[in-house]
Design a protein around this ligand. Structure first.
Ligand code: NAD
Length: 377
């Protein structure tokens, strides 16, 4: 099958994770279409050059506008901060490109809806990178739920805890600036918990949320002796009601000392329970009421069998995989969706629904009332 040329916009943390995924996917997952690392684009020249050398990008560029309109580009992969997602993705859609966009889809519901309208109008394939859907243990949890093995779901408890801004001396980086990031822990990491909740349980219909900014000012990155105002939340907690009657909670913070990337959920159904923690990502805890009473208890499944989702591409049982593999699984599924002329999941529709939940939580926190999520009956 022919090559597809990739343009990656943004050469930072996610630029590196996506570069690695595009580099690994053909060798391990064997997609029908072969991605070609054509051009990487970013604002900081030495960073872009270094990334191109390390990950085998053929060309470098500084202006995304020139890149997304190039006739030889097939897929635009958006890895910039949230304030530029809408502009880049809408231009890429108008140029007829396939788009993979980092989460959250945008900084506002309005922009997310504009992005969805643009890709639908252009008829292009679109995907949002909520990569945790493609942890094998998470995909197994989904299978178990779909097979009805834990029965009717009653509870979802999602927590995403990190600690990298615990020190008040940590500088005022773009993630703490509302104009760049849209929100704080909410859009950055609660958005992942919301995506898992939507995938595993269903649409969130109503929320009661509280956000808090504990450290109000921080040193400016370029002038550490001066301080600037933090304009996003440090932490969020929300009670949620699902459209199917389940209830749950979502909590996210970047101020939980000792928690590095503690993306955990627990789901309780009428016939059993499931629990997952990203810091132990090869494992899924399962509990089934159908087990003989004398043997009932949580057991830990090592999700590394070739029969488990996504695993066959990698190593023999017990030869565990890591966080970066979730990105490779994502680009593999995107390539296969393009080959099959299908829309991958999650896509911009999911991005819009996620953004509406984020927005409802912020409004609920402001008004101290339950808020309904737009578009969910
Ligand atoms: N899926 C995940 O697990 C995950 C994890 C971290 C970040 N993210 C998301 O990825 C996106 C990027 O985050 P990051 O951590 O990589 O940030 P980062 O600061 O490490 O990198 C951002 C890069 O974008 C470049 N950039 C900014 N504006 C640009 C523009 N107009 N044109 C070209 N390049 C531009 C910067 O120079 C930088 O190289 C955000 O939307 C973030 O929420 C997702």
């Amino acid at each position: 099958m022919p090559d597809l040329n990739i343009a990656l916009i943004g050469a930072g943390f996610m630029g590196k994770a996506h570069s690695n995924a595009w580099r690994q996917v053909s060798a391990f997952c064997r997609p029908r279409l072969t991605p070609h690392r054509k051009v990487i684009c970013g604002l900081v020249r030495p960073q872009v050059r270094d990334m191109a050398r390390a990950y085998g990008w053929e060309e470098t560029a500084a202006d995304w506008r020139k890149v997304v309109s190039r006739p030889d580009i097939d897929i635009v992969d958006v890895c910039t901060p949230g304030d530029s997602h809408a502009e880049i993705a809408i231009a890429a859609a108008q140029a007829g490109k396939v788009i993979l966009c980092e989460k959250p889809l945008a900084n506002t519901v309005k922009d997310a809806e504009r992005m969805l309208a643009a890709v639908e109008r252009a008829g292009v394939t679109h995907m949002i990178n909520h990569n945790y859907r493609r942890v094998p243990a998470v995909a197994l949890a989904r299978q178990i739920i779909k097979e009805g093995r834990i029965g009717k779901i009653r509870h979802f408890r999602g927590t995403y805890l990190q600690d990298w801004i615990t020190d008040p001396g940590f500088p005022l980086v773009w993630r703490l600036d509302r104009r760049k990031a849209g929100s704080g822990a909410l859009g950055d990491i609660a958005s992942h918990a919301i995506d898992l909740a939507r995938m595993l349980v269903g649409e969130i219909a109503e929320v009661a949320g509280a956000t808090e900014t504990f450290i109000k000012t921080r040193p400016l990155p370029d002038h550490p002796s001066r301080k600037g105002r933090v304009t996003v939340d440090d932490a969020v907690v929300a009670a949620v009601r699902f459209a199917n009657g389940a209830i749950g909670s979502i909590e996210a913070t970047r101020l939980a000392p000792g928690r590095k990337n503690y993306n955990r959920f627990e789901i309780n159904g009428s016939l059993g329970s499931l629990a997952f923690n990203l810091e132990r990502l090869n494992e899924l805890e399962v509990y089934f009421e159908s087990d003989p009473p004398s043997l009932r208890g949580f057991r830990t499944v090592l999700v590394t069998e070739s029969t488990h989702p996504h695993v066959a591409a990698w190593w023999p049982p017990g030869h565990i995989i890591g966080w970066e593999h979730t990105f490779t699984h994502t680009v593999y599924d995107l390539l296969e969706a393009i080959a099959a002329k299908k829309l991958p999941s999650p896509n911009f529709h999911d991005g819009v629904m996620n953004q509406r939940v984020l927005d409802a939580i912020e409004r609920s926190s402001r008004t101290r009332r339950w808020v309904r999520v737009k578009g969910v009956a």
